[in-house]
Design a protein around this ligand. Structure first.
Ligand SMILES: NC(=O)c1ccc[n+]([C@@H]2O[C@H](COP(=O)([O-])OP(=O)(O)OC[C@H]3O[C@@H](n4cnc5c(N)ncnc54)[C@H](O)[C@@H]3O)[C@@H](O)[C@H]2O)c1
Length: 466
């Protein structure tokens, strides 16, 4: 059941009053610490530390500052720390005015982890990527925990928000806190509260997206709910950190599997000469039992291509094969190659090989209207085309220069999108459908247009769906 701040407090105090009589020392100590923590949340005198100021941590830190908490943002990236302290933003979807307002409300950025000693709550929002062997890479999470361990003190709350497999909080965080001599649930409170940030979503933000919270103990949960419910409209408590961890994975796996399904449907529909986007739009008129997902050139971003494999890895320990995840991964990761095959076929029909063709990709970000190009299928498509001898270029108003990537290296700047650029390409590929694109201009001047997003109706002479 979702809870609000006052109801959560009332419930916690009632529970504590029940055993306010002399009882076991552990319980009395917990209650005193919990009471103090709840009071600090209620009075907004708690100092909130957010560790990792990226797409998740920055909006969260700003939200706590907006909610009236003194907030310290920690990051190992000195450039981000400097930018925030100077009131500048480094994420397109977070406005500079918001950062300046956050600064005015007392948000401070720092790379000095000793300041963790001043915080009442420490919220970890660092990356959880995969290793080259596609196994969970918890090095950022563990590194962050290790760097705050010397500064932890009784009465603090530690919350992990990074997406991860069920068991991480109990198996990786809890023992580290306890080895430091802090009993979880008595001395310090520990929760897992997954982030559900959707950068660029105009309808939901950090405050309005309901927040799941699971605690290591019931006191931990009470502390977590008390803190988050001051910054977020609705907190949804769950019975354990493992439930909270798996909830986040289910959400992302649900997306990955359904996107895999529509990508497969797209390839079938393509062979049959049917417009898959028209089919999905028609099916979506059913008022119950159908949720529309849309096909595309492949998965991108920090979450959907990666998170499901956290569960795959952990499930093996329990002797379970996650076949839906593997299958969706296979279909989705095959999409860039499928797009390249459609480009090759379309050029071939015009008597051109890929080798030597000038191919302009539109959209380098992994999804529309964001500047995030992590795991973007555009980069993979560019890599495959270059490998076949194409002369590739790109246009993305949100990604002016090809960023540093682990797997891909291109020394390219975004091209100007005009009639001349479009006409000089042999093939233009719409990979990411930013709202900022001039779709009429593109259709009017691209000699051959490969559309991965269903923006153009099928049947045009120079149009190919991929
Ligand atoms: N991006 C999203 O839309 C999104 C949505 C929901 C959940 N998540 C999850 O949230 C977590 C963070 O993702 P993100 O997109 O914000 O990542 P990000 O790469 O944008 O930001 C992470 C930040 O952590 C910093 N960092 C790395 N090591 C650190 C350390 N030891 N101490 C302090 N800071 C450190 C990095 O410099 C970076 O600024 C991941 O687990 C991700 O799966 C992301």
């Amino acid at each position: 059941m979702p809870v609000n701040a006052d109801a959560a407090d009332a419930e916690a105090f009632a529970r504590m009053d029940e055993h306010a009589q002399p009882g076991p020392v552990g319980i009395r100590r917990t209650d005193a610490r919990l009471r103090a923590f709840l009071a600090k949340c209620r009075e907004r005198s708690a100092i909130v530390g957010v560790l990792g100021l990226g797409y998740v941590g920055l909006p969260l830190a700003l939200r706590f500052a907006e909610a009236g908490f003194r907030t310290i943002g920690f990051d190992v990236d000195a450039a981000k720390v400097a930018a925030l302290n100077e009131g500048r933003t480094y994420i397109k979807t977070v406005a500079a005015e918001r950062v300046r307002a956050g600064r005015a409300k007392g948000l401070l950025a720092s790379a000095d982890f000793a300041l963790a000693a001043d915080a009442d709550a420490l919220i970890i929002c660092v990356p959880t990527p995969l290793t080259r062997a596609r196994e969970p890479d918890l090095s950022f999470v563990i590194g962050t925990v290790e760097s705050i361990l010397p500064y932890l003190k009784p009465g603090q709350l530690v919350s992990l928000e990074s997406t991860t497999y069920p068991g991480t909080t109990e198996e990786e965080l809890r023992p580290r806190l306890e080895r430091r001599g802090l009993r979880v649930g008595e001395d310090v409170f520990l929760v897992f509260s997954p982030e559900r940030e959707d950068p660029g979503n105009a309808h939901f933000n950090t405050r309005t997206i309901p927040k799941i919270c699971g605690g290591s103990t019931s006191a931990c949960l009470e502390a977590g709910v008390a803190l988050y419910s001051r910054a977020v409209d609705k907190v949804v408590p769950v019975s354990s950190t493992r439930v909270a961890e798996l909830t986040k994975l289910l959400e992302n796996i649900h997306r990955a599997v359904n996107i895999g399904l529509v990508n497969e449907m797209k390839m079938v529909a393509d062979r049959m000469g049917i417009d898959i986007f028209e089919v999905i739009r028609a099916a979506a008129t059913k008022p119950f039992g159908f949720v529309p997902y849309y096909p595309g050139p492949g998965l991108g971003g920090h979450c959907i291509p990666i998170d499901p494999f956290y569960l795959t890895w952990k499930a093996r320990e329990y002797g379970v094969n996650t076949r839906f995840i593997e299958l969706a991964g296979e279909v989705n990761s095959g999409m860039p190659a499928w797009v390249v095959s459609k480009i090759a076929d379309a050029l071939n029909e015009r008597g051109k090989p890929i080798r030597g063709s000038r191919i302009l990709l539109l959209g380098l970000a992994y999804k529309k209207n964001v500047d995030d190009s992590r795991e973007s299928p555009s980069a993979e498509i560019m890599e495959m085309l270059r490998g076949k001898g194409a002369v590739v270029s790109y246009h993305d108003p949100l990604v002016p220069a090809f960023p540093k990537m682990r797997e891909h290296k291109f020394d390219l700047l975004s091209q100007t999108l005009d009639e001349k650029t479009l006409k000089s390409a042999d093939c233009v590929v719409l990979v990411t459908d930013h709202d900022a694109f001039d779709y009429e201009l593109i259709a009017a001047h691209a000699p051959l247009l490969v559309d991965c997003r269903g923006r153009y109706p099928i049947g045009g002479a120079n149009l190919v769906r991929a």
